[in-house]
Design a protein. Structure first.
Length: 246
């Protein structure tokens, strides 16, 4: 009869294989009580787990053990439509991940005139939650708008502005630059409605002339160049999953 203690793989080996850190570093995490298995904190180094089915968290962040599941950040250029194929022959997202073996699908949309961060994944649970209204993840945009933005606009937007499909509130508005004719502002909000930033700024008298999404939850565009991709992993992926309760 097989001893249950001999079944599975040592926890520190699974964590190291998932990219959490070296085997020794993972052992230190376990001893410190920073690792949970299926919702229970584990401190014993001899713990063995089923790497295919155990749900692991480090510091409350999910560890992705399945290397067939991938999430990718893309810096979408202007003029590209948010679809994996387009019947009208317009540039689509597929061209930027055509060398990937996985069948990826995009999370949410950016209109063709908006550039910036898009997520593509084959993780159905993550995609569903990121798109679901009950898990509204904070999104940040950099917008060039017409006119000089007044000092009190951030407070007005935080209090809410009524649009044709209901009110919208902004978590934060920061003015980056102003000239007599235009302003550059950073806008963060928990909203996923179509063209929400463009409609909002038009409603308050400052139509958008250029728009880039720079962040989705903990995932930042950073120095990723236009038209390029990068794989999201480690703590960044764990923080994204934590934001949607995974």
């Amino acid at each position: 009869m097989t001893d249950p203690a001999d079944e599975g793989v040592r926890l520190q080996k699974v964590l190291a294989g998932a990219g959490v850190g070296s085997r020794r570093a993972c052992e230190a995490l376990i001893r410190a009580g920073r690792v949970s298995v299926d919702g229970k904190v584990v401190r014993e180094l001899g713990t063995r787990v089923d790497p295919d089915n155990a749900v692991l968290h480090v510091d409350g962040m999910r560890v992705q053990q399945d290397d067939s599941i991938v999430t990718i950040a893309l810096n979408k250029p202007v003029g590209v439509v948010s679809t994996m194929s387009d019947e009208q022959g317009r540039p689509s997202l597929a061209q930027y991940v055509e060398d990937r073996p996985e069948r990826l699908f995009h999370v949410g949309r950016l209109d063709a005139e908006t550039s910036g961060l898009m997520l593509l994944t084959n993780d159905g649970d993550l995609a569903h939650r990121l798109a679901h209204p009950s898990y509204e993840v904070l999104k940040t945009y950099l917008a060039t708008v017409e006119g000089r933005v007044p000092r009190g606009l951030g407070k007005r937007l935080a209090q809410g502005v009524e649009l044709e499909d209901g009110p919208v509130t902004v978590d934060r508005l920061t003015v980056k630059e102003t000239t007599p004719d235009a302003s550059i502002v950073e806008i963060s909000l928990h909203e996923g409605r179509n063209h929400i930033v463009r409609r909002l700024m038009a409603e308050v008298g400052h139509p958008v002339t250029r728009l880039t999404r720079t962040r989705v939850g903990p995932v930042s565009l950073g120095s990723l160049k236009e038209g390029r991709t990068r794989v999201i992993g480690g703590r960044e992926l764990g923080a994204l999953m934590r934001d949607v309760g995974l």
